[in-house]
Design a protein around this ligand. Structure first.
Ligand SMILES: *Cc1c(COP(=O)(O)O)cnc(C)c1O
Length: 395
């Protein structure tokens, strides 16, 4: 059989390559940080990691991980409800609900699993899920696994959301689900307006804070802090793989009855292994740091403000942002690839995105700022952007 499958796969892979969609992986031989070293021996300034708070190689976290490794060993060899729950797991769940001001939290192996296991235990065919069209793939997959009636509204379009809510009034329960920050534009969901609509039309609100937790809002509590509506989201999902240390792990937090039902019925929680103690321990340390000082959040906000201002002043066209994602618009696909390649030559590592990852004619370079970046890193990147921008006739 494999002969036929092989020919088919080879054919499909060539199609992917010809469409310019083949994903190649660059190999890093250093810790994840503002400066990374690749296997060609060269160092690059890194502007494309989700390492928003610079915690990925933070010594306090690696020390906490080592300590747990010595005390609790390497792995749990169990799901949570059989024999995979340590006091560390309970403590991290408390840290998460403490940070977000919620009643309880549940850990998953990843936010992909948190979203994959969110809808099916809570909603049935008599209910409705109303989802932003730009929501993350894991939300789309989670919605597919649930029998609730599906509604979709254009990205952040409050008119369309209201129409969906009106159409869904005959359903028993309604849940609106949105990313807090959309990763391609870096735009923030208009959560103040979404909260108002959910109240008007009697709907639950779930927010995926993966790109916004630790980043958005004065103290990094996410989009509900930014819009001054803390406590108004019924459910928050998020990842430990971005701002919160960058290792692995996801969570759902909110009302205690919701979390309890997820512990009973959420399939990725019930049927997948418990997080290793070292990751959990570093997570606890991370929330201790986040809750006791605002140094990292402040530095990230200053860096984002500085970088966007200088890039705008240089004449580049950027999407408005309240997140740590800056989309520098080049519109043309070829140009975005040439620009990224030229920046790499200058020692700046960024990614150019084009159709179908973003809409046609909306090609761009996406920059992700970090608290690990120092002024000199930012200035070097801004200088390189100006140089290449002039050379390629963008500015
Ligand atoms: C990254 C991301 C996820 C997936 O998180 P993992 O923990 O890496 O699985 C889910 N949702 C959104 C919005 C994300 O940006």
């Amino acid at each position: 059989m494999f002969g036929k499958v092989k020919a088919h796969l080879q054919n499909e892979l060539v199609k992917i390559e010809n469409a310019g969609l083949y994903k190649k992986e660059r190999v890093i031989v250093s810790p994840q940080d503002a400066v990374i070293k690749l296997d060609n021996g060269k160092e690059f300034l890194n502007f494309c990691a989700n390492n928003y708070l610079g915690l990925s190689s933070d010594k306090r976290l690696t020390e906490a991980a080592k300590e747990a490794l010595d005390t609790y060993g390497y792995g749990m060899s169990s799901v949570r409800f059989i024999c995979g729950t340590t006091n560390l797991h309970k403590k991290l769940e408390e840290s998460i609900s403490g940070f977000f001001g919620t009643e309880d939290a549940i850990l998953y192996a990843a936010c992909f699993d948190a979203n994959g296991g969110l809808f099916e235990p809570l909603l049935g065919e008599e209910d409705a899920i109303i989802s932003d069209t730009l929501n993350h793939a894991s939300i789309i997959d989670g919605v597919r696994l649930c029998k609730a009636k599906r509604y979709r509204y254009a990205n952040a379009d409050m008119g369309e959301l209201e129409k969906c809510l009106q159409e869904a009034q005959n359903q028993r329960f309604r849940m609106v689900i949105t990313d807090g920050v959309f990763s391609m534009d870096g735009n923030v969901a208009p959560v103040d307006k979404i909260v108002a609509l959910c109240e008007k039309y009697d709907a639950l609100l779930a927010i995926d804070e993966s790109h916004s937790a630790g980043v958005v809002g004065k103290t990094g509590r996410g989009v509900t802090e930014l819009y001054n509506v803390r406590g108004k989201a019924d459910i928050i999902t998020g990842t430990l793989g971005k701002a919160f240390g960058g290792a692995i792990g996801g969570f759902t937090t909110g009302h205690k009855e919701i979390i309890e039902m997820l512990r009973q019925r959420s399939r990725p929680y019930l049927f997948s292994n418990s997080l290793p103690p070292m990751v959990v321990s570093a997570g606890i340390k991370m929330f201790d740091i986040m809750s006791s000082t605002n140094v990292l959040q402040d530095k990230l906000h200053e860096n984002t403000e500085y970088f966007s201002q200088k890039i705008r002043q240089a004449g580049f066209d950027i999407k408005p942002t309240s997140s740590a994602i800056v989309a520098i618009m080049l519109y043309d696909a070829r140009l975005s690839q040439d620009f990224a390649a030229a920046l790499l030559e200058e020692g700046i590592y960024v990614i150019g995105f084009y159709y179908p990852v973003v809409p046609e004619g909306q090609a761009r370079i996406r920059i992700q700022l970090s608290a690990a970046h120092e002024k000199e890193h930012l200035d070097k990147a801004i200088g390189a952007f100006k140089k290449i921008g002039e050379k390629l006739g963008v500015i």
